[in-house]
Design a protein. Structure first.
Length: 161
């Protein structure tokens, strides 16, 4: 039976490249000369730290802009609230969402089921497997899921005949 998987993945090399570009811009920016601002990539988190809340907001804009230029959707990025210490030093963590959460996977499966396609869906960890009797049904499901506005970006992988 033909099948494919619906996943939500972000290319880690693109994240690394975006962070490197943001770090280069940080070094060259005149408003950050002599300040203790830094951008650190740690697995699925980007950690920002600066001297005050204005600079942390500027760092966030730089990083988000670089991520967008590298083709990473804003739906895959969760910028947390900045933490400002009483002395004025600020920190912020930007989390990168990898994989489908169970609530989003259930939302996708109910959408496919309610659309009356002749396919079956299965939630397998952080992905949704879709099986059908012919390729045309699967392609119709892909088109419908692409058209639906979901809280994360989705990719379609492992298309098998």
């Amino acid at each position: 039976m033909p099948s494919f998987d619906i996943v939500s993945q972000v290319n880690s090399m693109e994240i690394e490249n975006a962070v490197n570009q943001a770090q280069k811009e940080l070094v060259n920016r005149f408003d950050f000369k002599g300040s203790k601002a830094e951008i650190i990539l740690d697995k699925n988190e980007i950690k920002l730290s600066a001297e005050n809340q204005f600079k942390i907001r500027t760092l966030t804009e730089i990083v988000m802009g670089k991520l967008a230029k590298r083709g990473i959707s804003p739906k895959c990025v969760d910028p947390g609230e900045p933490d400002v210490s009483p002395l004025g030093h600020a920190r912020q963590v930007i989390k990168i969402k990898q994989g489908l959460e169970t609530t989003v996977a259930k939302q996708i499966t109910t959408f496919i089921r309610d659309s009356k396609f002749k396919v079956t869906t299965q939630i397998q960890g952080e992905e949704v497997r879709v099986n059908g009797k012919n390729r045309d049904d699967l392609q119709a499901v892909i088109a419908a899921v692409r058209a639906k506005d979901l809280p994360v970006t989705v990719q379609f992988v492992n298309f098998r005949d």
